[in-house]
Design a protein around this ligand. Structure first.
Ligand SMILES: NC(=O)N[C@@H](CC(=O)O)C(=O)O
Ligand SMILES: [Zn+2]
Ligand SMILES: [Zn+2]
Length: 425
């Protein structure tokens, strides 16, 4: 195994130092380290972060390998600075059995570019009718701890209650896609001024807020852990603030796109901007940014949702919702938050690793710590070129935008997965 001597790097924004990576761990830190056998990387001007952790990734395998595979999504993740991703269960077949979660977990190991932690479905086939075999998935080789019907809401309150109760035994968490289905029938975009102007059926903020309010009360009642996927409205932030003040065990995520883009994008009628929950208003964006800084929202999660060209380059009403995220998330965070490295490390690595219970991830580079880390060039600017993305899909909303920051290198347990901004394999 090659040793790496990373010279003059700022660890999470601190004063420049050297990092010696050997045998899978950070062996030493300090100025002027010597290691004759090590490959030297001059990291002057670069920032080292704990490897990013994505709690919400769609990999599309099994079933839609034309849109993404575990391997292509893992490569996109590594290029984005990630060392671990949690793979959502809305594959085909659905990841609702020990067999399917073990298959995804094994494919992740074979690709070997990031740790792929499968998420299990809450209900059989995501149909919202009966609980999936949560215990069998938890006991499987994949050791599933997060369960989600993402793409669908667990709308039945009794099923949601039972799921919350069930996972308590192994400290599991239910990740809810908060969308009251009766309030979003036929919805195409955020319900507001723009949807009225365009004559498109609206997805009202209350459809999200009502489910979050219900579920924080359920989680409080049964004393279980709840996670809210892709929070998108100012009202949701207020519900979460209230729940956290009461001590409810709830965590929440926001996506890069909900931190940057608004429903005005729908006026282009370009379906690349169609996503669930929909892009909201500038006031929502401001509230989400403030909540992320304050900690009412715990983490940034990408909701990387690759879709094949035929599912995206069609009429708005027929396009699938979802956008790519893994290869641009750090740049968007840097754009939105500025160089607040400790905050970025917390919201994009430490906190998601804690929520997912991923050992060895989310730890700042320090002696003895597994070398899961990424090196960022904050001064670089890049133009997003869809054809150059490692994802099998092209549905990025940032095409041809100039974004700050570039991932120079990523290490997974001491082995580079990205060097010089390029995937090693
Ligand atoms: N976010 C999306 O718009 N789409 C996701 C599903 C989801 O996250 O709800 C997908 O699987 O494509
Ligand atoms: Zn969702
Ligand atoms: Zn999703």
């Amino acid at each position: 195994m090659t040793a790496y001597l990373v010279r003059n790097v700022s660890v999470v924004g601190g004063a420049p130092t050297d990092l010696l990576i050997r045998d899978g761990v950070v062996a030493e830190t300090g100025a002027g380290l010597a290691a004759p056998d090590a490959t030297v990387l001059d990291a002057t001007g670069l920032v080292a972060l704990p490897g990013l952790v994505d709690l919400h990734t769609h990999l599309r395998e099994p079933g839609r390998e034309d849109a993404e595979t575990v391997e292509s999504g893992s490569r996109a993740a590594a290029l984005g600075g990630y060392t671990a991703v949690c793979a959502m269960a809305n594959t085909s077949p659905v990841a609702d059995t020990a067999g399917v979660v073990e298959q995804v977990w094994r494919l992740g190991r074979e690709a070997g570019l990031v740790d792929v932690q499968p998420i299990g479905a809450v209900t059989v086939g995501l149909a919202g009718e009966r609980l999936a075999e949560l215990g069998a998935m938890a006991d499987s080789a994949a050791r599933v701890r997060i369960f989600s019907d993402d793409g669908h809401c667990v709308a039945d309150p009794k099923l949601m209650r039972r799921a919350l109760e069930y996972v308590k035994a192994f400290d599991g968490v239910i990740a809810q896609h908060a969308e009251e289905p009766r309030l979003t029938e036929g919805a195409q975009m955020h319900e507001g001024e723009v949807s009225t102007r365009l004559g498109l059926t609206g997805w009202p903020a209350v459809a999200e807020e009502a489910i979050i309010a219900r579920d924080v009360l359920l989680a409080e009642h049964v004393g279980s852990r709840l996670h809210i996927c892709h929070v998108s409205t100012a009202g949701s932030v207020e519900v979460l603030r209230h729940a956290k003040a009461r001590g409810v065990k709830v965590t929440a995520e926001v996506t890069p796109h909900h931190l940057l883009l608004t429903d005005e994008k729908a006026t282009t009628y370009d379906p690349v901007y169609k996503v669930n929950p929909p892009l909201r208003t500038a006031d929502d964006v401001a509230a989400l940014r403030a909540a992320l800084v304050e900690g009412v929202i715990d983490i940034v999660a990408t909701d990387h949702a690759p879709h094949a060209v035929e599912d995206k380059e069609c009429e708005w009403a027929y396009a699938r919702p979802g956008m790519l995220g893994l290869e641009t998330a750090l740049s968007i965070a840097l754009d939105v938050l500025g160089p607040q490295w400790d905050l970025i490390a917390e919201r994009m690595s430490r906190a998601p690793a804690r929520i997912a219970g991923l050992d060895g991830h989310g730890l700042d580079p320090a002696p003895g710590v597994p070398a899961n880390l990424t090196l960022v060039d904050p001064a670089a600017r890049r133009v997003v070129e869809p054809a150059e993305l490692a994802s099998r899909s092209r549905n990025t909303p940032y095409a041809r935008m100039t974004l700050p920051g570039r991932i120079v290198a990523t290490f997974l347990r001491g082995e580079p997965t990205v060097l010089d901004g390029k995937a090693v394999r």
